[in-house]
Design a protein around this ligand. Structure first.
Ligand SMILES: [Zn+2]
Length: 356
């Protein structure tokens, strides 16, 4: 084995390890990054505690790889080496990386919905030695986006979750002047709130239980913050604005879905951004008799990363306060994954710091 690096990898259910693995070779269209920061995502926690769900237990159709799988998909780094065909990048460039993998040939990809590719994969869930929670990563140069000068490497690690929110708001029917309900004030609910406010004038109601997250929601621009354990969300929305035009469900629990549907006005839209652990039942008549729409959102497409970077550069989105804690790569399991489970309500985004 040549030079090695630390890489956090999923090995199986409740089994995540900081492994020593070989640094992959740099292909002719690849760049090698010295990783700087990587966020821990809610889906990483799900994969750790409830998986393997996203990680393949048989060879992945795109990567051919299976468990153990390198973790980390919200990351930034500095280019250290470029492949022989690479002209766009040079050592020292600061970048973030768009982690979705797709074949480019299926019916979804041909229509531009590369995020819905029939055999899609994800850096962080589909590759054995390509992950953001490591010392180095080798990726296709086309996946890199240059960080503007005034955007730090820390913020670079937030571009991926921000792109999820940006895409969700962009393809929803949300328009200027709308009343919007956001269910769940976790990281995704908070970035949705910021994306809504960055895109246009609107009134945002956030529904959240945790006192700390309620504070964050206000800080990130929510006009009203409601507590579903204290108030009737549907009745309050009716009182405030009739009913909302669009509801973003970032909670992924049955009671919130029911509230999202009933709090949305006739011909309004319920947008699901949450990832669900199990099936839930709804009464489709609640959609039928009010001509309500229900739509799903998955990650982002080409263009979303650059638009988020433009927002960070010109200050339309200011997500600094989302960073609750930074931990070193060697402490990622105890100080990152375990602490996020224990202090879920207190922490928004934990960033892992590489190459200290
Ligand atoms: Zn495809």
């Amino acid at each position: 084995m040549g030079p090695t690096m630390k890489s956090l990898r999923f090995h199986g259910n409740r089994d995540i390890r900081l492994d020593d693995i070989a640094i992959p070779p740099v292909g002719e269209n690849d760049v090698k990054l010295r990783l700087a920061y990587c966020g821990i995502c809610g889906s990483d926690l799900h994969e750790w505690l409830g998986g393997p769900v996203l990680c393949p237990t048989a060879p992945h159709p795109l990567t051919g790889e299976q468990l153990p799988i390198a973790a980390g998909h919200e990351f930034s780094g500095i280019i250290e080496e470029v492949g022989q065909n690479v002209q766009k990048w040079k050592p020292g460039d600061r970048v973030c990386v768009q982690p979705i993998l797709y074949d480019g040939t299926c019916v979804a990809c041909k229509e531009g919905a590369v995020n819905c590719c029939q055999i899609n994969g994800f850096i962080g869930y589909s590759c054995a030695s390509t992950g953001g929670l490591a010392d180095y990563i080798v990726v296709d140069e086309a996946k890199c986006f240059l960080l503007p000068e005034n955007v730090s490497l820390e913020l670079g690690a937030l571009v991926e979750p921000l792109a999820v929110a940006w895409h969700a708001v962009k393809i929803s029917p949300f328009k200027e002047g709308d009343w919007v309900l956001v269910l769940g004030g976790g990281p995704i609910g908070l970035v949705i709130t910021q994306a809504l406010k960055a895109r246009s004038k609107c009134t945002v109601i956030v529904s959240e239980i945790s006192p700390r997250r309620k504070e964050y929601a206000k800080q990130f621009g929510a006009d009203y913050v409601l507590d579903p354990t204290q108030e009737d969300i549907v009745a309050r929305c009716k009182e405030l604005c009739g009913l909302v035009h669009v509801a973003f469900d970032c909670a992924g629990v049955a009671p919130a879905l029911q509230q999202a549907i009933l709090a949305t006005r006739a011909r309004g839209t319920i947008v699901n951004v949450a990832v669900w652990e199990r099936p839930v039942s709804i009464q489709p008549n609640d959609l039928v008799f009010r001509e309500r729409n229900y739509m799903g959102i998955a990650t982002y497409v080409e263009g979303d990363f650059q638009e988020v970077l433009d927002c960070l550069e010109d200050g339309r989105i200011k997500p600094e306060a989302m960073i609750s804690l930074k931990v070193k790569l060697q402490d990622v399991i105890e100080g990152g994954f375990e602490r996020l489970i224990k202090e879920k309500d207190k922490l928004v985004k934990v960033l892992v710091e590489m190459n200290p």
